[in-house]
Write a protein that binds this ligand. Structure first.
Ligand code: GLU
Length: 454
C-alpha cells in the first residue's frame, strides 16, 4: 500500500472510531497529509506504526464538575483532560472554558499541542483540557467555586513532572489562581503543576504577553526572509483576549498599525489604530464587551456580529496588509481569505489555534506572493514561555522580563528557521505548514521509536 492510501485509511479509521469529531479530523487531516513526503522517504515511521499510535491519546479523562451558583443552585458541566503524548516530556497544554468545549475540540487542541510543543525545542509532551462552562457573566464567587470543583478531579492527574495545564480561552490569571489554590489544598504541595501563575507565586514575567508577542516575532521572521518588514503595515487582528491584546502591543512596537479587534459580539475598526490602553482596560480590568469601545472613542466603528454577511467574518472585510487571526478555530474561511487577498492582504499569521479552514490554507499556499504562518509554529510562544516558567519553578529562580522575552524571541526565530529549512529540505520552500508539521512530528516520532511499544 502506498503512503497516500495508508493516510486515507488512517483518516477513515478516525472517522469510524471517533464519529462526529470533525474538528479533530480536520487537524489530523492537515498534519497527516503533510507527513506524506517524510513517510515516503523514511519507512521507519510506518514500520513502527507511529501514525496509528500518534492519533490516539495516551489517556482521556472525562468528568462531571458540579458547583453552586449564586442562587444556590447546583450546576453541572463536562470536564476533560486529554493526555495525548508524553514522548518528549510531561503532558503540557492549556485548559479551555467555553460553551463549545467537547471531546472533539479538546482532542483537536491536544493533537496540535504535541507538534507545537515539539517545535519549541523544550521538554514538553502534548495535552489539553477544559470544560463546557462559560465564565462570561459569572460572578467572582461562581468562577472560584467552578475552578475548585474542576480541580477536585483534575488534581488526580496533574503534577510538575506529570501533566502541567495552563490557560486557554476563558482561563486566565484569575482562573489559574483559584485552581492553584485548590490544587495546593488537595495535594499539600506547592509545585509547578500549573503555568500562567501569578507573578508573586511562581508565575513567569512575560507569560501573559508571550503568545501575542511570539506571533508577531514569527511574522517579522517571515517578512524578513521575504525581504520585507512590519514597519508601516496596516494589520487586522481578530480576538480581544490576551493573544490579540499583546499582538496589538507588539505590532505597535514594530511600527505597524493594528486597526481591528473583535469579540463574540462584533468587531471594532479604528482607522487611527486600536487604542491599546482602552482595550486593556475594557477587557482585562472591566471585562466588558467591545461595543463599549466606541462610547469612548468616537472615531471607531463597531459592527455587530448580526450584521456580518452569511458565512463571513466581518473583521476580514477591513482592507489590510497583514492579518492576525487571534480569536478561535475556524474563524477564517475561504470566502474571508479571498476578500483579504482582493483587498491587498499578503500575510496571515495565526495567533489562535487552527483559525483557518483547510480550503483557506490551500488558497494561501497556492499564491506565491503570500506568507502564511500556521498556528502550531506561530502561536507556540505561549506554551514556550510556560516551559520557561517550568524551568524557573524547578530551579527556584525568577528571570527578568527581558530575560524571558529574549528567550521567547530566540525560540520563535528557531521555530521559524526549523520550519523554513524543513520546507526547503522537502522541496517546498516557504510552505511553513509542511515544514512545521514535519519538523514537529519528527522529534516526537523518533522519541516514540526510542522508547519502544508502550
Ligand atoms: N493554550 C496555549 C496554547 O494553545 C498555551 C498552553 C500552555 O501554556 O500550556 O498553546
Amino acid at each position: 500500500m502506498g503512503v497516500h492510501e495508508y493516510i486515507d485509511q488512517t483518516l477513515e479509521h478516525i472517522k469510524r472510531t471517533s464519529p462526529g469529531q470533525t474538528t479533530f479530523l480536520q487537524a489530523a487531516t492537515e498534519i497527516l497529509r503533510n507527513l506524506e513526503p517524510l513517510l515516503s522517504r523514511e519507512d521507519k515511521y510506518l514500520k513502527h506504526r507511529i501514525i496509528d499510535r500518534i492519533v490516539m491519546p495516551e489517556r482521556t479523562t472525562m468528568f462531571r464538575v458540579t458547583y453552586m451558583n449564586d442562587k444556590n443552585e447546583p450546576c453541572s458541566h463536562f470536564g476533560y483532560r486529554v493526555e495525548f503524548n508524553s514522548a518528549l516530556g510531561p503532558y503540557k497544554g492549556g485548559l479551555r472554558f467555553h460553551p463549545s468545549v467537547c471531546l472533539d475540540i479538546i482532542k483537536f487542541l491536544g493533537f496540535e499541542q504535541i507538534f507545537k510543543n515539539s517545535l519549541t525545542g523544550l521538554s514538553m509532551g502534548g495535552g489539553k483540557g477544559g470544560a463546557n462552562f462559560d465564565p462570561k457573566g459569572k460572578s467572582d464567587g461562581e468562577i472560584m467555586r467552578f475552578c475548585q470543583a474542576f480541580m477536585y478531579e483534575l488534581y488526580k492527574l496533574i503534577g510538575d513532572v506529570k501533566d502541567v495545564p495552563a490557560g486557554d480561552i476563558g482561563v486566565g490569571g484569575r482562573e489559574i489562581g483559584y485552581m492553584f489554590g485548590a490544587y495546593k489544598k488537595l495535594t499539600n504541595r506547592f509545585d509547578g503543576a500549573l503555568t500562567g501563575k501569578g507573578l508573586n507565586w511562581g508565575g513567569s514575567l512575560a507569560r501573559t504577553e508571550a503568545t501575542g508577542y511570539g506571533s508577531v516575532y514569527f511574522a517579522k521572521e517571515m517578512l524578513q526572509k521575504a525581504g520585507g518588514s512590519l514597519e508601516g503595515k496596516v494589520c487586522a487582528v481578530s480576538g480581544a483576549g490576551n493573544v490579540a491584546i499583546y499582538t496589538v502591543e507588539k505590532l505597535y512596537q514594530f511600527g505597524a498599525l493594528p486597526v481591528t479587534v473583535s469579540d463574540s459580539t462584533g468587531f471594532i475598526y479604528d482607522k487611527e489604530g486600536i487604542d491599546l490602553a482602552l482595550l486593556k482596560r475594557l477587557k482585562e480590568v472591566e471585562r466588558k464587551g467591545l461595543v463599549e469601545y466606541v462610547n469612548e472613542k468616537k472615531s471607531a466603528i463597531f459592527t455587530p456580529v448580526s450584521s456580518y454577511e452569511a458565512g463571513k467574518n466581518g473583521v476580514w472585510t477591513v482592507p489590510c496588509d497583514a492579518a492576525f487571526p487571534s480569536a478561535t478555530q475556524n474563524e477564517l474561511h475561504l470566502a474571508d481569505i479571498k476578500t483579504l487577498y482582493a483587498n491587498g492582504c499578503r500575510l496571515v499569521c495565526e495567533g489562535a489555534n487552527m483559525p483557518s479552514t483547510l480550503d483557506a490554507i490551500d488558497f494561501m499556499l497556492s499564491k506565491n506572493d503570500f506568507l502564511f504562518g500556521p498556528a502550531k509554529a506561530a502561536n507556540a510562544g505561549g506554551v514556550a514561555t510556560s516551559g520557561l516558567e517550568m524551568s524557573q519553578n524547578a530551579s527556584m529562580q525568577k528571570w527578568t522580563f527581558d530575560e524571558v522575552d529574549n528567550k521567547l524571541h530566540t525560540i520563535m526565530t528557531n521555530i521559524f528557521e526549523d520550519s523554513y529549512n524543513t520546507s526547503v529540505e522537502f522541496g517546498q520552500a516557504g510552505n511553513l505548514v509542511l515544514g512545521a508539521n514535519i519538523a514537529g512530528f519528527r522529534k516526537v516520532a523518533d522519541a516514540m521509536i526510542d522508547q519502544g511499544y508502550i
